[in-house]
Write a protein that binds this ligand. Structure first.
Ligand SMILES: [Zn+2]
Length: 279
């Protein structure tokens, strides 16, 4: 089956709405020049990373998929973006934290066998993971983002993936350490924006639509998980031909999975009840 298009989803963990719009000069420049659109999206509750990852890919609430904290993890039972793209004959790629492999392929994560795999049957056709084992306040244990962007580009160009996701915790870790209103964070966001900008035109040239977004926001004190605009709200930037809603529309995170499938031309499973925001 030939899919309608190809798409890359870039998840920058833990960036609040305000800092997307103030400090991502490249992304904002593409919005200003008309090459991208941006909307505000609101995370599920709890606005905790693992819960959000599972909702981003299944389109169902944490209360339904059951991932209710970062500590309790298992292979989720609902259909998700990887499973549906693979079922439709597409190839998927993941360059993410190992939780994504646990939720959508197999749990627990086997350090040696799961750190990298190529499995034609899917659901994740080409997986490249990192665990951040030993992560703490002073030691982020994140890979360099340029390495992650390069790895996703390699999967796109060498393996021809139809759908790829990249997820990085660098900015979430910076936020937990320094908060979101400080010089350290200004600099970290500018570095991320510049690293991303070096790869994004190449992805578009390769025929991909691209979405850049977060899993949740974060407060100036460096917290998230609760019911608060700073914790829940973030930006979603979209590069592609799909038609979207008015600029002031507040998107629901549960719309992301069915929107990705709809853009790819993959049937949306009945469990994903939210309406796609692109047509
Ligand atoms: Zn997170």
């Amino acid at each position: 089956m030939i899919l309608h298009t190809k798409l890359l989803l870039i998840i920058l963990d833990g960036v609040p709405w305000r800092n997307w719009r103030r400090l991502f000069g490249n992304l904002e420049g593409w919005v200003q020049s008309g090459e991208a659109r941006v909307w505000k999206m609101r995370a599920v509750l709890p606005s905790t990373s693992a819960c959000c990852y599972a909702s981003i890919h299944t389109g169902v609430t944490p209360q339904m998929h059951g991932i209710l904290s970062n500590e309790v993890r298992f292979r989720v039972s609902q259909p998700d973006v990887f499973s549906e793209v693979t079922k439709a004959g597409g190839k998927t790629g993941a360059v993410t934290h190992s939780y994504w492999s646990e939720f959508f392929n197999r749990h627990p994560f086997d350090l040696v066998n799961d750190i990298e795999y190529d499995e034609p049957g899917g659901p994740i056709t080409h997986g490249r993971f990192h665990t951040m084992t030993g992560y703490g306040h002073d030691n982020q244990m994140t890979p360099s983002d340029v390495d992650l962007f390069a790895t996703l580009t390699m999967l796109a160009e060498r393996h021809g993936i139809d759908y790829g996701i990249l997820h990085t915790c660098t900015l979430d870790s910076m936020g937990h350490r320094f908060g979101h209103d400080c010089g350290e964070m200004d600099h970290a966001l500018a570095v991320m924006d510049a690293m991303l900008a070096a790869f994004l035109p190449r992805w578009l040239d390769n025929g991909y639509e691209v979405m850049v977004t977060a899993d949740h926001g974060q407060t100036d004190r460096g917290h998230h998980g609760g019911h608060d605009d700073e914790m829940q709200d973030f930006a979603l930037y979209y590069f592609g031909k799909g038609k979207g809603p008015a600029a002031d529309t507040l998107l629901d995170q549960l719309q992301l999975a069915p929107t990705v499938l709809a853009r790819l031309g993959v049937p949306v499973p009945p469990t994903m009840k939210a309406k796609p925001f692109l047509s």
